[in-house]
Design a protein around this ligand. Structure first.
Ligand SMILES: N[C@@H](CCC(=O)N[C@@H](CS)C(=O)NCC(=O)O)C(=O)O
Length: 217
């Protein structure tokens, strides 16, 4: 029985999980769950009623970080977490940074206001976006810029979940009409461009952008 991934296409957490599934070459069935209108009984699948959730042989896992860690254990190749304990912990740090620090501003403020609210026929709070863009987001991008320090990946010298998690939040930032300024953040802008050009990111970005343009013009 194939695994089932519960989620919606434009969620950065679901996208992160889809990229990991794709890089590991895993088949799964995608089950659409609208995070703004969850199906009856969804708490039995995801106790906090969030997406993504993964179903494996009738059992469920919630949270993208948990799901990606599970997939790494069950399908270790290609490795998306370093084996060195310190580098492993650094990978978890950047994943957490993306999921809990970038997400509230890049996704839940910029993307949610500019795309989700408009799709739902609600007003876009440009004041909240301006605050995020002026004061909340720049220090975070500065930090990532420094951490990259001319290297190709955030941790070590190969792709990890850290890169995928950060790049996935920045897809939503991009959908929200914003870019990582290559003048101020040259390392991060180049990293984002490289990540978004990877086949699993490129394919989904194209589809998602097509959907957004079709719906919002
Ligand atoms: N830490 C969680 C965050 C998941 C999350 O916040 N997903 C959003 C959609 S992007 C959601 O399900 N929101 C619905 C809600 O919180 O009720 C993860 O990594 O999976």
């Amino acid at each position: 029985m194939p695994m089932k991934l519960y989620g919606a296409v434009m969620s950065p957490f679901v996208r992160k999980t889809r990229v990991v599934l794709a890089l590991k070459g895993l088949d799964y069935e995608a089950v659409h769950v609208d995070p703004n209108n969850k199906p009856e009984g969804y708490e039995k699948i995801s106790p906090l009623q969030r997406i993504p959730a993964l179903e494996v042989d009738g059992r469920y896992l919630a949270d993208s970080a948990v799901i990606c860690a599970y997939l790494e254990k069950t399908h270790p190749e290609p490795a998306l977490y370093p084996s060195d304990p310190f580098q492993y912990a650094r990978t978890l740090w950047f994943e957490k940074y993306a999921d809990y620090e970038l997400a509230p501003h890049c996704t839940f403020t910029v993307f949610r206001n500019r795309i989700v609210k408009r799709l739902m026929g609600q007003d876009c709070d440009e004041e909240a976006i301006a605050k995020a863009l002026e004061s909340r987001i720049p220090p975070m991008l500065d930090y990532l810029e420094q951490e990259l320090d001319g290297r190709e990946y955030l941790v070590g010298d190969s792709l990890t979940v850290a890169d995928i998690a950060v790049a996935s939040q920045l897809v939503n930032f991009r959908h929200g009409g914003e870019t990582v300024d290559a003048g101020r953040y040259p390392n991060l802008a180049a990293h984002t461009e490289r990540m978004h050009a990877l086949a699993p990111f490129a394919g989904t970005i194209e589809k998602e952008s097509g959907f957004i343009s079709k719906m919002l013009g």
